[in-house]
Design a protein around this ligand. Structure first.
Ligand code: FPP
Length: 235
């Protein structure tokens, strides 16, 4: 039992498409409902005194989906960024993005930049949205930045350590304590590989559009019962 509140919670919000298909609806309806659920959960998380929330909004592999679904998601992001997170902005949460900027339209990029700028001085929490994100890409990008610093003689190879690597990730975030994946899939799917090193993993069959505060509490209760040893032996 650790009975602690996790500092950093990460969520793979999976199952939007299946939720819609089960109801004879278009997959995009599932994303629409998924966005409403994220709004509620994001408010709940910071009320629970969790400091950092990371969510997987769009992976570098998601471009393989039909153009109609990709276009819908990009539009939904713009709308949600402008409207859904007003309440967490008011709570003093800083919004950041992780991912590559290539392939994203200037409309999406401008909205992202606006959110980041508006909230950059907020200190009460961090909301990290992974968009056009891949965990292996993040490590590649960090490696390039560090190599450049070594090349410019700003950094010596002997100075490279875990902290330096963390500082060169898309965002300098604390390690993930609890990772939740919905919809009964038991995979990490290239999500925050570096930050998940010692995370407790929680999987539920609930589809993301059906997820709610009660389901989130179940994950927190499960986390509270875990015995976190970080490779050490319990005394
Ligand atoms: C996975 O379900 C979900 C996504 C690829 C999109 C996640 C996006 C949202 C929850 C919308 C709101 C997000 C933000 C950041 C405003 P899936 O489509 O893979 O579902 P399936 O496995 O049932 O097909």
């Amino acid at each position: 039992m650790n009975n602690e509140v996790p500092r950093h919670v990460a969520i793979i919000m999976d199952g939007n498409g299946r939720w819609a298909q089960k109801r004879g609806l278009k997959r995009t309806k599932g994303h629409q409902k998924g966005a409403e659920v994220l709004k509620k959960i994001s408010e709940y998380v910071y009320d629970k005194k969790i400091k950092v929330l990371s969510v997987f909004a769009f992976s570098t592999e998601n471009w393989k989906r039909d153009k109609e679904e990709v276009d819908y998601l990009m539009d939904l992001f713009i709308k949600a960024f402008r409207k859904n997170f007003e309440s967490i902005k008011k709570k003093g949460v800083k919004i950041v993005f992780s991912g590559l900027r290539n392939k994203l339209s200037s409309k999406v990029l401008n909205t992202m930049d606006e959110m980041v700028n508006e909230t950059k001085n907020n200190k009460n929490g961090i909301f990290n949205i992974c968009l056009n994100y891949g965990g292996q890409d993040e490590i590649v990008e960090a490696t390039k930045k560090i190599a450049k610093e070594v090349q410019n003689k700003a950094l010596d190879i002997s100075e490279i350590n875990q902290e330096v690597i963390n500082q060169n990730m898309f965002n300098d975030l604390p390690p993930i304590d609890l990772m939740i994946r919905t919809s009964g899939e038991y995979r990490i799917s290239n999500f925050m590989l570096w930050q998940l090193a010692y995370a407790e993993l929680y999987f539920t069959d609930v589809l993301w559009p059906d997820f709610n505060e009660e389901e989130f509490d179940k994950a927190l209760n499960s986390f509270g019962k875990r015995d976190r040893r970080f490779g050490a032996i319990k005394k």
